[in-house]
Design a protein around this ligand. Structure first.
Ligand SMILES: Cc1cc2nc3c(=O)[nH]c(=O)nc-3n(C[C@H](O)[C@H](O)[C@H](O)COP(=O)(O)OP(=O)(O)OC[C@H]3O[C@@H](n4cnc5c(N)ncnc54)[C@H](O)[C@@H]3O)c2cc1C
Length: 417
């Protein structure tokens, strides 16, 4: 037992995981969140727990591809042009990170994080008896063109070099994997290392387990101001009054840089909006998730239906839905999976979430140097669901005075300071 008190700001998968591991170490923790706790980016995502995803978004070729996509209002990628200093700086840092050497270095870190996080999920699911439809193995990267398949072959080589279960499949082999599903494909990549689940069910059950264990979670409580004495955070001003602790952990997702600005700590980060839609009774349910590669669409068989997710809009922290891009997802699905028709999507309600995206595709995890009692866990972009548990574990280890399970200067919070 420790007599330390910790406040965690943000009850997404990263914040809840941090609270879980702190509690396991006997550390008193309070979590605050400005919502009612029933929706954030950790609820409507594609649910992949993906060791296969070792290539960060900032990679060679992405900028020219992105510029092409920018011209199409239904494309999966968009940056809203703005004369905004933070956005311009983020873009320049992104470009700088998009090199072969940097991708290789980042992939090594992502490999260590994703593999360990998947193990932690499996332990949490078992120990807490959470039923969220976790399944393994499988992810198919389905390609429509030879060019895309050729590109994926490079990814397979890299994945195999990290010891991951990855193999190229012909069209016939893909059909054998999914005999009920018609894919418009020339072949695919099969990642046997990946798993998936229904994220909102996990979030609901996980939250309940934490509350039952005695963790103080305060919803509808907004962090407004962080007061400090120059080298330490003193206290927090929230919508419900003042809060004081020994250590403070910011896990506020895409909103974290707004809070860090108060402390004059610059963490370049942009919100990357994505959408998902669910068909409760689809014409066909695949056995495993697939990424429809050229459309950048994720499909996931979940406990309440079939989910399609996609798009990356760098357009600020608004959660409004751009129907043209949702239509882009639907068009992409019909194109790749001809069993689906327009009428299947007539009643769907799109969900939107904000991925916290760093310029180099690696999260910020750890203690800040400027404020000795402030820690940050954010910036996981497209891998935040996968990496929630390992991030929580690393932050809890640091707070408990232990060596974090994974250490890398590439994850440092102030690496761009
Ligand atoms: C369409 C889509 C599909 C995705 N699919 C996958 C996937 O398959 N696999 C994967 O690994 N990742 C996926 N992701 C990414 C993943 O969902 C996110 O990276 C992850 O959920 C981020 O978690 P978080 O805890 O950092 O942030 P969030 O879940 O956003 O939680 C942050 C919380 O902090 C709260 N907060 C903010 N400001 C304050 C404040 N001032 N005071 C109090 N509370 C505050 C917010 O309201 C929010 O509840 C996907 C994302 C999208 C959009």
């Amino acid at each position: 037992m420790s007599d330390k008190k910790v406040i965690v700001i943000g009850a997404g998968i990263v914040g809840l995981s941090t609270a879980y591991f702190l509690h396991q170490k006997g550390i008193e923790v309070t979590v605050i969140d400005n919502t009612d706790g029933n929706d954030n980016c950790s609820f409507g995502n594609a649910g992949y727990v993906s060791p296969s995803h070792i290539i960060p978004l900032a990679s060679p070729g992405i900028i020219s591809q992105g510029l092409k996509w920018m011209l199409n209002p239904e494309s999966p990628f968009y940056i809203k042009p703005r004369l905004n200093r933070d956005l311009i700086r983020w873009g320049l840092l992104f470009k700088k990170a998009a090199t072969q050497a940097r991708v290789r270095a980042s992939a090594k870190v992502l490999n260590a994080l994703t593999v360990q996080s998947q193990k932690l999920y499996e332990e949490i699911l078992k120990e807490e008896s959470i039923e969220a439809g976790y399944n393994k193995p499988g992810l198919l990267m389905v390609c429509k063109t030879e060019a895309a398949l050729h590109h994926e072959a490079e990814l397979v080589k890299m994945a195999q070099s990290f010891g991951l279960d990855a193999e190229m499949l012909t069209r016939e082999e893909t059909e054998k994997m999914e005999p009920e599903v018609e894919y418009n494909t020339v072949g695919s990549v099969y990642f046997g290392c990946d798993g998936w689940m229904t994220p909102h069910l996990f979030m609901q059950e996980f939250k309940q387990r934490l509350i039952s264990a005695g963790i103080d979670i305060r919803f509808n409580t907004t962090l407004k101001e962080i007061l400090h004495n120059g080298s330490k955070v003193d206290r927090l001003i929230t919508s419900e009054g003042e809060l004081v602790a020994d250590d403070y952990v910011l896990t506020a997702g895409a909103w974290t840089p707004l809070l860090m600005k108060q402390l004059k700590v610059d963490i370049p980060l942009q919100a990357g909006k994505g959408y998902s839609i669910v068909l409760p009774k689809p014409v066909v349910i695949p056995k495993m998730p697939s990424i429809l590669v050229e459309g950048s669409i994720a499909t996931t068989p979940m406990m309440h239906g079939l989910r399609f997710a996609g798009t990356m809009e760098i357009a600020g922290t608004q959660l409004d839905v751009n129907q043209r891009r949702v239509q882009g997802i639907i068009k992409g699905v019909k194109d790749f999976m001809p069993q689906f028709r327009d009428e299947d999507f007539s009643k769907v309600e799109p969900w939107a979430g904000l991925r916290p995206c760093t310029p180099d595709g690696l999260p910020y995890i750890g203690r800040t140097q400027r404020y000795k009692n402030l820690l940050v866990g954010t910036g996981h972009a497209m891998l935040g669901w996968t990496l929630g548990p390992i991030t929580g574990q690393m932050l809890a280890e640091d707070i408990a005075g232990e060596t974090p399970s994974i250490e890398s200067p590439l994850l440092a919070v102030e690496r761009y300071a």
